[in-house]
Write a protein that binds this ligand. Structure first.
Ligand SMILES: Cc1cc2nc3c(=O)[nH]c(=O)nc-3n(C[C@H](O)[C@H](O)[C@H](O)COP(=O)(O)OP(=O)(O)OC[C@H]3O[C@@H](n4cnc5c(N)ncnc54)[C@H](O)[C@@H]3O)c2cc1C
Length: 364
């Protein structure tokens, strides 16, 4: 049986996860087309901030609210699949670890939904909070860290290994995706998956003005003893995400609407100070009890890079729906499945969303 051709526009974690799921089914022959592709840079060059995926932490730490059952489902499905990958494919860069969350307030005084869903999730006693003045509740639970550069490369290599094609190409209009199909296959209704994230703001035919950047400044430091991933929300927003290779991502900021790609030195100082409060193991045991200024200086010396990335937020939530198009030049009809707008939860919901896209396409 001949495979149905599909073009996926976008090679971030969403596009590549969708492409892998479709290609591995054996029913589709998939081409990924994207302006930025993992590993397309010369050695040592800095990643572009025009895509989000290389700049994430990343960990699994649920961002869905207690009432958002759709996103909860996406995150839970991904949680299960990250577990399978961690256990079977060490080359993917995913590892099991302990997650620790501190909350400055609880919406409607209700515990976060995942406290009851994840096996072995446990409340942290108040005497163990790093700073009782900003925390009213703490939770620890088994979770995953994702070494983002390794995982993106894994997704790309696996896709190519399955026979998928990757083309580095920028589209100015969604109609240009038709040029990526073999003309002989255009008689059936072509299917395009739009995973362009913030690119959807300006991509012709889409121009989604609900898309908005959420700026995140982070530091990557060398800290081989830090193993847990820790997040603090409320009056502060801080996180510590080990990558499992001796480096750790420290954050953060969440500045809605900001396109500022220069790092702010005051934010860097604040990230260092708060991270040391959350995780003393960022420094060797010999630094315990040393004055804060010395500890800050020691951690500053371990900085590998200071980074800025832009989370692709969509007001109203991610867009997952089909749209019918007719090419203005050739009158060729085609179907676009939109899947973008995953803000700060793209990694931890990626496999759930890819399954949804697969179901939608299977029914077309
Ligand atoms: C600081 C920071 C920390 C984060 N931490 C986490 C975390 O811990 N856990 C988590 O789950 N998520 C985290 N995220 C969020 C996560 O990174 C994003 O949700 C995810 O990367 C979005 O993936 P994407 O594939 O939708 O978009 P992108 O990675 O932005 O990919 C978009 C793709 O579309 C392509 N494209 C765009 N326009 C065009 C065009 N016109 N033509 C061709 N190609 C185009 C781009 O080149 C790129 O290949 C974090 C993000 C940041 C910035």
């Amino acid at each position: 049986m001949s495979k149905r051709p599909v073009v996926v526009v976008g090679a971030g974690v969403i596009g590549l996860t969708v492409a892998n799921q479709l290609q591995s089914s054996g029913k589709y022959s998939v081409t990924v087309a994207a302006e930025q592709v993992p590993g397309s840079l010369p050695a040592g060059a800095r990643e572009s901030t025009r895509w989000a995926s290389p700049w994430a932490g990343a960990n699994w730490r649920a961002w869905s609210s207690n009432s958002d059952h759709v996103l909860q489902d996406m995150e839970l499905q991904t949680y299960e699949k990250l577990g399978e990958l961690a256990d079977t494919s060490p080359e993917a860069g995913i590892q099991r670890t302990q997650g620790v969350d501190y909350f400055g307030k609880l919406a409607d005084n209700a515990l976060p939904w995942y406290a009851a869903k994840l096996d072995n999730a446990k409340e942290i006693p108040a005497e163990q909070f790093p700073n009782p003045t900003d925390t009213i509740y703490g939770l620890c639970y088994p979770t995953f860290i994702i070494n983002v550069p390794v995982y993106l490369e894994y997704l790309k290599s696996r896709f190519i290994g399955l026979g998928g094609l990757v083309e580095q190409k920028s589209l100015s209009h969604i109609e240009e995706s038709l040029l990526l199909f073999n003309p002989d296959t255009l008689s059936s209704m072509p299917i395009v998956v739009n995973c362009t994230a913030l690119g959807s703001r300006v991509l012709g035919g889409v121009c989604d003005k609900q898309m908005c950047p959420v700026r995140g400044q982070t530091l990557v430091v060398s800290a081989p003893e830090a193993k847990r991933t820790i997040t603090r929300v409320g009056s502060k927003f801080d996180y510590v995400i080990p990558r499992g290779d001796g480096t750790v991502v420290l954050g953060g900021t969440a500045e809605v609407g900001s396109w500022e790609d220069a790092a702010d030195p005051n934010t860097t100082q604040r990230i260092l100070r708060h991270a040391l409060e959350l995780e003393p193991k960022l420094l060797p045991q010999s630094m315990v009890g040393r004055p804060e200024s010395e500890r800050m200086q020691a951690l500053r010396e371990n900085i590998i890079s200071v980074n800025v990335g832009f989370r692709p937020m969509r007001k109203g939530g991610p867009r997952l729906e089909t749209e019918s198009f007719v090419d203005t030049k050739s009158s060729q009809p085609f179907t676009v499945v939109h899947c973008y707008g995953h803000a700060g939860f793209g990694y931890q919901s990626s496999m759930g969303y890819a399954s949804k896209v697969y179901q939608i396409i299977s029914a077309l």
